[in-house]
Design a protein around this ligand. Structure first.
Ligand code: GLY
Ligand code: MN
Ligand code: MN
Length: 433
């Protein structure tokens, strides 16, 4: 079970030479009074350990090649109240660390290990409290300079190494992402089946959550967007408290988190099960843009290729609808399309819904490699305005899938959520698709 994590730790150890890497998990967060938010470990930490208890710290020692965990001790009293803890011995055994110690031993053990190491890697500046602890450990080494102790002379941002690793998913991660995509798609299907005019948006949100949780995905990967009618033109609409009217489209952007990995799907469908003429016109343009974007996700393609492909289709469509005038190149050049399409076409996805990884290396766009995962999510958002034909007022459409780059193309692993007009209308009529 811990083999992929051990392999990732080894990969990192190979890169840090005679250095040491320190990585804390995320702190717990108070929601109110004595209630916490549901605990979510840090994504980098999860990537290297699979260990999900709070307060833990991973140390990788490049000189000995060892991975060491510091974690909470077993505590029969606390475990009666809050549940099982692995404790150091249990965690070492279950997660394959070389050594594990109680948190209380960090102040003694970490300065010992830092002595004489060339470079210290940690998530520089990301956790204020942890930065202060690191400073304390470095100080402890410096204070013993008279005894020949030597603190590291160089420091590095551990995230810069981990971001590169996380950008290309290994087999174990791909399996988890596929399952996140599958469960997320099941949520969209359940919401589409339940949809009808007269429901509140949050009643469809409940369908999503029900589908996720009953499959073991206990949290959404981000706040679900359930936006009916004009609300779909607000990109990050999360109020989800409006009544859904007959004749409106409903835009749902939602995905579950499955064992730390995010799904991220958007579907747009008619509340009453039938697209109107203008809704159909806008929808077909966005769908064609999405398909063009997906087609451009392939190994060797530049990061911006899907965005350019989708934008060309959207621009053509806006001209055909009469919402813009001029030429495709002209409206792209001038940015006139931004009135109706104002976000990027996608983002890497993984442990974080907006996953890590730099899109450019120097001035060059990165190129897709097998194992990278990205979303493709073009949209058109047509607000009511005097210069826009009334038939298009308040139509907001986005279609989003999650796409794995494969050796010879791509795999859309969220495809189980229907997206052609025929498929959506058939599903909403209650037909099996
Ligand atoms: N749901 C966030 C996004 O699509 O990027
Ligand atoms: Mn989304
Ligand atoms: Mn997205």
């Amino acid at each position: 079970m811990h083999r992929p994590h051990a392999a990732r730790r080894q990969h990192l150890l190979n890169q840090i030479g005679a250095g040491i890497a320190l990585l804390p998990t995320a702190p717990e967060a108070v929601r109110n009074a004595d209630c916490n938010y549901p605990y979510r470990p840090d994504s980098y930490f999860l990537h290297l350990t699979g260990f999900s208890e709070p307060e833990a710290v991973l140390l990788l020692d490049g000189r000995s090649g060892k991975s060491v965990l510091f974690c909470r001790e077993r505590n029969p009293e606390m475990e009666i109240w809050d549940g099982f803890r692995h404790g150091p011995d249990g965690a070492r055994e279950a997660f394959g660390f070389d050594e594990a110690y109680p948190l209380s031993e960090m102040d003694e053990r970490v300065p010992e290990l830092l002595d004489g190491c060339e470079r210290l890697w940690w998530p520089l500046g990301r956790h204020g409290a942890f930065d202060r602890r690191v400073n304390g450990w470095l100080d402890a080494v410096r204070r013993r300079a008279h005894a020949g102790r030597r603190p590291p002379a160089h420091y590095g941002d551990l995230c810069s190494l981990l971001d590169e690793m996380r950008m290309v998913k290994d087999e174990a991660e791909i399996e988890l992402l596929r399952r996140a995509g599958e469960i997320s798609a099941a949520g969209h299907v359940q919401a589409m089946r339940a949809a009808r005019p007269g429901l509140y948006e949050y009643q469809l949100e409940a369908e999503l959550l029900h589908a996720f949780v009953r499959r073991g995905a206990r949290q959404p990967a981000y706040e679900s967007i359930v936006a009916a009618g004009a609300n779909a033109c607000t990109l990050h609409y999360v109020a989800n408290d409006a009544l859904i009217a007959d004749g409106e489209l409903v835009l749902i952007d939602a995905g579950c988190e499955w064992q730390g990995y995010a799904g991220d799907i958007t579907r747009t469908f008619p509340a009453n099960g039938r697209f109107s003429g203008p809704q159909r016109d806008v929808y077909e343009i966005v769908l064609a843009a999405e398909l063009a974007g997906i087609d451009a996700v392939r190994p060797g393609a530049a990061w911006n290729a899907p965005g350019d492909a989708a934008l060309a289709v959207l621009a053509r469509g806006l001209l055909d609808l009469g919402l813009l005038s001029g030429t495709v190149d002209g409206v792209i050049e001038s940015g006139a399309y931004r009135r109706f399409y104002m976000h990027g076409v996608g983002h890497m996805i993984g442990l974080d819904v907006h996953d890590v990884g730099l899109r450019k290396q120097g001035d060059e766009w990165r190129r897709y490699r097998p194992g990278m995962c990205t979303t493709v999510e073009p949209g058109l958002y047509i607000r009511a305005a005097a210069d826009v034909p009334e038939a298009f007022h308040n139509i907001g459409v986005r279609i989003e899938d999650d796409v794995l780059v494969t050796a010879d193309g791509n795999e859309v692993y969220t495809a189980a959520a229907p997206k052609t007009i025929d498929e959506i209308e058939a599903l909403m009529r209650g037909e099996q698709t």
